[in-house]
Design a protein around this ligand. Sequence first.
Ligand code: NAP
Ligand code: HSE
Length: 431
Amino acid sequence: MSELKVGLAGLGTVGAGVVRMLERQKAALAARTGRDIRIVAVAARDRNKDRGLDLSGVRWFEDPVALAVDPEIDVFVELMGGAGDPAKAAVAAALDAGKAVVTANKALLAHCGAELAARAEAAGATLRFEAAVAGGIPIIKTLREALAGNRISRVSGILNGTCNYILTRMADEKLSFDTCLAEAQRLGYAEADPTFDIDGFDTAHKLSLLTSLAFGMRVDAESIYVEGIRSLTLADLEAADDLGYRVKLLGVAVRTDEGIEQRVHPTMVPKHWPIAQVSGVTNAVAVDGDAVALTLVGPGAGGDATASAVVGDLADIASGSGGYAFGAPAQSLAVAERAPMQHHEGGYYIRLSAVNKPGTAATIARRMAERGISLESIVQHRPARNNGDAPATVILITYATTEADVRDAVAAIDADGVIASVPQVIRIEKD
Ligand code: NAP
Ligand code: HSE
């Protein structure tokens, strides 16, 4: 039986998972693909680290770029992470050398996806990245292959396991943000720099890849509106619960008359919606096509789930499956027209810390009314301290309005001097 010889750079959460899965599923993969998929060389930073892996007979490279072009390997698997070098240099070198590449590195692809896809085409090489979006969910293959006949109008979902894990545990167990983040890191869900997770950039990186595949666009993470979950408090999650919602960090790309609206932000979704019930590290991706609408749900992060996607790509390569990285030739991918976030329409949750003085409520209501914003509810909570000067929490829920009007109204209320701290604004998805 012929071999598919793999060079693997990165032996952390995902890399170690891949080594174990290839060993565990060796016979089944050989039976399925007709080839023996074998790791012949690896690279990582610390050669002496105990990884609990049997790497006997596997060559060690100090330099991932040297591994990427090693004549013995057929496929280079990049699981180091980071948008810059050595990940970028190694992937580029492997493609230029005509080697197939598998990567889970959404940061790299979000920044250089178009360039790397063009390099792959020029060299006749295959570039695969199923693990880069939504962990174990096969959404890349679904968009690139299975739904190729659809005109897609929207792709959206929970794309970051760390954030969904944090929001779920905060809401269900009233744990602090920091406690939940530390646990997500311990479980191997978070990025090496977890600010990518909690500030929404990891979701944006993934969304940019989905947008490219769904709408035939050039990958463009820079044009995505991004807000993370750092400012969310237990009070917001409890208020959402009282109002019949759960808060999720969503990535949304929608085809509009003005172009593709791409946004990442915390969103209140009705509790009875299936996506509201997607908990913990689980991700969900919904695709609306003209012929088929579907939602895929599954584990969004972690060693085994992500290794499953990497090994799936390797099995495809072993079976001889090729094709364009983003479903079409890199040069044919259009530059996305960006629909301005200011034109976004929807409901809003606005939490204000209102100065406790006569006329405050009237001022807030007036500023909203001046912009034609219709309020579904307005609730003022008694100040936490029994002190006449302490600010009171005011929570407003709007009917559908525009981002521009909400931002303008909140700025005007701030300028009126009736709020004591930075307002919290969360978009609402409604039935
Ligand atoms: P990780 O646990 O931090 O592992 C990174 C590995 O890369 C380590 O083995 C590290 O070596 C090696 N490495 C880092 N910098 C290197 C360098 N300059 N030269 C050589 N080796 C280097 O990361 P991970 O969680 O496995 O993530 C790997 C990739 O998968 C990232 O792109 C990440 O975004 C992506 N991903 C992760 C998940 C997840 O759930 N964790 C899910 C989907 C995608 P040492 O071990 O010697 O330090
Ligand atoms: N840090 C990422 C997450 C890993 O939590 O979703 C999976 O891409």
